[in-house]
Design a protein around this ligand. Structure first.
Ligand code: ZN
Ligand code: ZN
Length: 357
């Protein structure tokens, strides 16, 4: 999957106006050369690339890394770069400002005083945003696990079960069905807790009349899933039921109009207008969605602050919500879509009808 990506990076290096790039952000490294471990750097020069990791990853690096010469060290990564003189050909090297800590940056400057270190942002952001078919397939595969887990979880929901018990089942069943890890701690937010968009599961027992917001996702083969559904324990009150229908309508409007070329703010507005027209605009307190791929939150944000056009092949979530702390309920519905020039393919299979258990 990563064949050819390092050659794209040689061009990117030239565009950024540096002699070399020192990649350290692990999802970028995975995208660039396939390495899935937790320690390594990639030095991208002009037509050559070196990958350096530590002894724990000796076999894994040799199996996974494509397009770069693999180096394994028992010393620190920086000491190795120094002892092997790997930076010698380069006068100016770009580092990833969003990833390198201040102390690491200082160490680079102290250890390699002849190099001009240039902090750069967004080195791979846009390259990673448009997904290849194999990447979309991986997101879909991760989402299929989440869809299957949700189907089972709905059966477990009833008055008396606690949020924490449900969250434990969500995690267990994801791993049991083949997830490599959870993409984030699951949200199981019932009744008044659902009015906080990012509530943590508590010992609160589900009660009749609650809406329960379930937000869950996992990693499989490096790629993330992310889905939210809102379930009712018994018949919900009229106000909560109306809010659910408004959110569902808002999400449908956004899904129907999403396509490559629309701006983040344009897409956000499609859903927000529906919620505002229903008089609930002040209760939709977050942006409509986010990019997803090797990270569960990545560029672009689908928000009123994003004036850029969303590119062909980008995968984004569409997740409008309404949160009413005074009335003690919350609703969110979230799917993942891949944007094409003529519309959006939905990667989420779970029904969006209100599940009443
Ligand atoms: Zn989510
Ligand atoms: Zn999300």
């Amino acid at each position: 999957m990563s064949t050819g990506r390092l050659s794209v990076l040689y061009t990117r290096r030239a565009e950024l106006g540096v002699d070399a790039l020192l990649l350290s952000h692990l999802p970028d490294i995975r995208w660039a050369c396939g390495f899935s471990g937790t320690n390594g750097v990639v030095l991208v020069g002009d037509e050559t690339a070196h990958f350096v990791t530590d002894g724990r990853y000796s076999d894994q690096a040799r199996q996974e890394v494509e397009g770069a010469e693999v180096h394994v060290t028992t010393d620190g990564l920086l000491s190795y770069l120094e002892s092997e003189d790997l930076l010698a050909p380069y006068g100016q090297i770009g580092v990833q400002a969003d990833d390198v800590t201040v102390s690491r940056y200082q160490a680079l400057r102290d250890q390699f005083p002849n190099v001009t270190w240039t902090p750069l942002t967004g080195v791979l952001t846009r390259l990673r945003a448009s997904k290849e078919t194999a990447e979309v397939d991986r997101i879909r595969r991760a989402q299929r696990i989440t869809d299957a887990v949700f189907e089972e979880i709905v059966e477990l929901l009833s008055a008396g079960v606690t949020e924490r018990e449900v969250a434990a089942e969500v995690t267990y069943r994801h791993l049991q069905k083949g997830a490599d890890a959870m993409a984030f701690p699951p949200i199981v937010a019932s009744g008044p807790h659902a009015a906080q968009p990012h509530a943590r599961p508590t010992d609160r027992a589900l009660q009749d009349g609650d809406l329960v917001v379930l937000d869950m996702g996992c990693f499989r083969d490096g790629y993330a899933s992310d889905m939210t559904r809102t379930v009712a324990i018994g018949e919900p009150g009229e106000e909560a039921r109306t809010a659910f229908e408004v959110v569902r309508h808002a999400q449908t409007r956004a899904l129907d109009t999403a396509c490559a070329g629309i701006t983040g703010e344009g897409l956000d507005a499609k859903a927000r207008d529906v919620i505002e027209d229903a008089g609930l605009g002040s209760l939709f307190s977050h942006s409509l969605g986010h990019g997803i791929g090797l990270e569960v939150h990545e560029w672009p944000r689908v928000s009123h602050k994003t004036s850029e056009e969303l590119p062909e092949g980008v995968c984004v979530t569409i997740e409008p919500g309404v949160y009413n702390p005074e009335a003690g309920y919350g609703v969110r519905i979230e799917d993942i879509v891949v944007l094409r020039s003529d519309g959006a393919d939905n990667l989420t299979a779970t029904s969006k009808a209100l599940h009443i258990v």
